[in-house]
Design a protein around this ligand. Structure first.
Ligand code: FES
Ligand code: FES
Length: 189
């Protein structure tokens, strides 16, 4: 307890904490562009990209589940390449472009992706769906042709705990076919 000048007792001062505006000593400045919105930030160097997305950009489709790089629910496109936002530091996105399922679904690919997932019942609880949408968008934008075995490789990056991969692969095959990317090699998927 400490005593103030009025003679009343007041609690001991709290230990110093980083300033709420992020201007504390151990911070770095960086400026990612997320879904078309650029924003300068000053945050602790260890702050993860997934926290930057959710807390600084109000992007909620990138979610943490395992926090270990395994499940893929945090998958986003960083300069058009899929990354795990739970394993990527926020400042690694400095000057770079991040896209999440929000902007993908709102863009020209969105309707086709949604319809394919819906047609093949590739969504149940939907927790994994944004991550798969990100992978599907990358597949389309890369323009590479894909066989069923390639689709198996792509979807095995992410975990779905309830739908089953048959439906998800069927949706991916439909999407690839619709973009002239599917190669029929009689694969195993
Ligand atoms: S939360 Fe990032 S891979 Fe699982
Ligand atoms: S639909 Fe529930 S985890 Fe994939």
């Amino acid at each position: 307890m400490s005593t103030d000048t009025t003679g009343t007792h007041s609690p001991a001062p709290a230990p110093p904490r980083p300033a709420s505006d992020g201007t504390g000593p151990a911070t770095v400045a960086y400026a990612p562009t997320v879904n078309g919105v650029g924003r300068p930030l000053r945050r602790e160097p260890r702050r993860l990209l997934v926290d930057v997305l959710r807390d600084d950009f109000d992007v909620t489709t990138a979610a943490t589940s395992c926090s270990d790089g395994v499940c893929g629910t945090c998958t986003v496109l960083l300069d058009d390449k899929p990354v795990r936002a739970c394993l990527t530091l926020g400042h690694e996105a400095d000057g770079r472009t991040v896209r999440t399922a929000e902007s993908i679904l709102a863009g020209p690919l969105g309707t086709g992706l949604s319809e394919a997932f819906s047609r093949h019942h590739a969504i149940q609880c939907g927790f994994c769906t944004p991550g798969f949408m990100v992978l599907a968008a990358e597949m389309i934008e890369s323009g590479r042709s894909v066989s069923d075995d390639d689709l198996l490789d792509i979807v095995s990056d992410n975990l779905c705990r309830c739908t089953g991969y048959g439906q998800i692969i069927a949706a991916f095959r439909d999407i690839a076919r619709g973009h002239g990317l599917w190669r029929n090699e009689g694969g195993t998927a």
